[in-house]
Design a protein around this ligand. Structure first.
Ligand SMILES: [Zn+2]
Length: 52
C-alpha cells in the first residue's frame, strides 16, 4: 500500500510503503507520524526503491 508524506515544507509525495515502516526510498515514517497517511493513490516519488 502506498503512503503519503504530507511535508509542511515540501508538499505532498506518495511513496511505496506504509505507516510504521520505512518507505521504498528509505524514509522513516515513524519519526513524524502525523505527516504520513496510508493511501491508495499512485506513487509519485521518483527515487530508487519507490519508483520501481
Ligand atoms: Zn520515496
Amino acid at each position: 500500500m502506498p503512503v503519503r508524506h504530507n511535508d509542511p515544507n515540501g508538499g505532498s509525495i506518495v511513496h511505496k510503503g506504509s505507516k510504521g515502516i520505512n518507505t521504498g526510498c528509505g524514509k522513516d515514517t515513524t519519526k513524524f507520524p502525523s505527516h504520513w497517511e496510508n493511501t491508495t493513490a499512485a506513487i509519485t516519488c521518483n527515487k530508487d526503491g519507490c519508483k520501481n
